[in-house]
Design a protein around this ligand. Structure first.
Ligand code: SF4
Length: 478
């Protein structure tokens, strides 16, 4: 348990991947002895504590360095280990309390693993010397807020934003003036779009996949293919997207940070572009905790979804790889992100969503929504942040086929909750549960489609693809 921070440390501290000099080893040990109990430091060697309200984000089991995932429980605990607070929720709360929430908008880099396990105090001292020790001390005690921030940033921003990253807290509109996909074109034109998803097959046969694509294609603008949702292996999203292209449907490629490395992300996207796939939805991915046994690595991931957006946006707009190499041609990308409007307090959720828009998200697909009235609170927060004209919002809905599915979604899926009234309706419906599920979906669409800032509906079929034509038709959205 740490001293002044509110959550306990998740994993042990890192060791360096190389033999360090004796002096640096002593400094690293001293740093861990002090920063560990105080801030929950894991010695990542890429310190961000000044920007994360002095709580180490490396305690997050998903390695999220840019804000919470969508899995915070209603008690604000971490869904991977419900016995402790979500570390990002604690960071947000403290930042709000101290008036430092806007600092949380700066897009923070992934780890430089060469530094992992090593001390950072040496970097700070070197940077202070560069700035001038007297100037630094004078600056941090200055009453002039601007001067103070400048001096602070001259040391700490240089450390946390290396040249290969250059993250900031600004909005970067896409450089391309023409849409790169039909989905983007329709959204830009102001059409209310319908998207859906077709479940990737469990085996190598694509017959059912093609039939499902053909079935839903006339009713929707785009079809998503999930990337091992619930941490369960299926056919890859890239293979399904390719099948969809052959079937003349427009795919949305989903990529989960859980299974993605920085080199894998960049090469995959180049490959996608060569096939003609331009819509990319970046998600964190469910923890292996919710997947089947034996559980995969719950300790750490190389990238988070915000970092994926930032890397892809820079590839598209600046034509550079993460390591700074110039690309021969910039990829064409319409970038999306997932969001979970009810995962935490709407004010806090909007901070994370703001950061995703800054990083490069052009459209949002929300988690499943069963309480349209709660949606207003979240939309209002996005409006206050002037985001509704910067990002297209597509609301996730699911037709419930049975009471069992309703219960499963409510109790097992992070960030999803069903109101008592819907659960009761599904229970009471008995054998007519599928019909009741359709009626609930139609009512939800009816109350959502007119909301300001909503640009479309995403029907998550949960394997019930055959219901899509009926829902779209009866909702009057054909
Ligand atoms: S709920 Fe998500 S963001 Fe929060 S600590 Fe757990 S994995 Fe990390």
């Amino acid at each position: 348990m740490s001293g002044i921070k509110p959550a306990r440390r998740w994993q042990p501290a890192f060791y360096p991947f190389k033999r360090e000099k004796f002096g640096r080893r002593v400094l690293a040990k001293t740093e861990l002895c002090i920063k560990g109990p105080l801030f929950g430091c894991r010695m990542c060697g890429n310190c961000l504590l000044q920007e994360t309200a002095f709580i180490c984000p490396m305690e997050c089991p998903k390695g999220m360095r840019n804000g919470p995932c969508g899995g915070v429980t209603p008690e604000k605990n971490c869904y991977v280990d419900e016995t402790r607070k979500c570390v990002w929720y604690s960071i947000y709360k403290r930042a709000l309390k101290t008036g430092r929430e806007e600092i949380l908008l700066e897009v923070l880099p992934p780890l430089d693993w060469d530094k992992v396990g090593t001390e950072t105090w040496g970097d700070v001292v070197r940077q202070i010397r560069k700035t001038g020790t007297g100037k630094f001390i004078g600056g941090i005690f200055s009453k002039d807020k601007i001067k103070k921030t400048e001096i602070w940033n001259s040391v700490f921003k240089t450390i946390r934003q290396p040249n290969w990253w250059q993250g900031d807290a600004d909005y970067h509109p896409a450089a391309n003036s023409e849409p790169v996909s039909d989905l983007e074109r329709r959204l830009r034109k102001g059409e209310f779009i319908i998207a859906t998803e077709v479940t990737p097959p469990l085996g190598i046969q694509t017959g059912k996949l093609i039939r499902d694509i053909d079935l839903v294609k006339p009713y929707v603008t785009a079809i998503n293919f999930t990337d091992n949702s619930s941490a369960r292996s299926r056919m890859s999203s890239i293979a399904c997207c390719n099948v969809a292209l052959s079937a003349k449907a427009q795919p949305v490629f989903q990529i989960a940070a859980r299974d993605t490395t920085r080199s894998g992300l960049q090469s995959t996207v180049i490959g996608l572009n060569s096939m003609g796939i331009y819509n990319v939805l970046c998600v964190s991915g469910d923890s292996p905790k919710v997947g089947p046994a034996p559980a995969g690595n719950m300790n750490f991931i190389d990238l988070d979804s915000v970092q994926m957006l930032w890397i892809l946006r820079r590839m598209r707009d600046e034509g550079i790889y993460l390591d700074g190499r110039k690309m021969k041609e910039n990829p064409k990308l319409f970038l999306g992100a997932a969001t979970s409007p009810f995962a935490s307090d709407p004010v806090l959720q909007a901070i994370k969503d703001h950061k995703k828009v800054n990083a490069g998200a052009q459209f949002f697909q929300t988690n499943l929504i069963f309480e349209p009235e709660r949606l207003d609170l979240w939309l209002e927060q996005l409006y206050k942040r002037n985001l509704l004209n910067k990002v297209f919002i597509i609301i996730g809905l699911a037709p419930l086929k049975s009471y069992k599915i309703a219960q499963y979604l409510h109790s097992k899926i992070p960030g999803v909750s069903l109101p008592e009234s819907i659960l009761k309706r599904m229970e009471k419906a008995g054998e007519s549960a599928p019909e009741e599920g359709v009626q609930i979906a139609l009512e939800l669409i009816d109350s959502i489609k007119g909301k300001q800032g909503v640009n479309g509906i995403h029907i998550m079929t949960l394997g019930w693809e055959s219901i899509v034509p009926r829902i779209v038709t009866e909702a009057g959205l054909v």
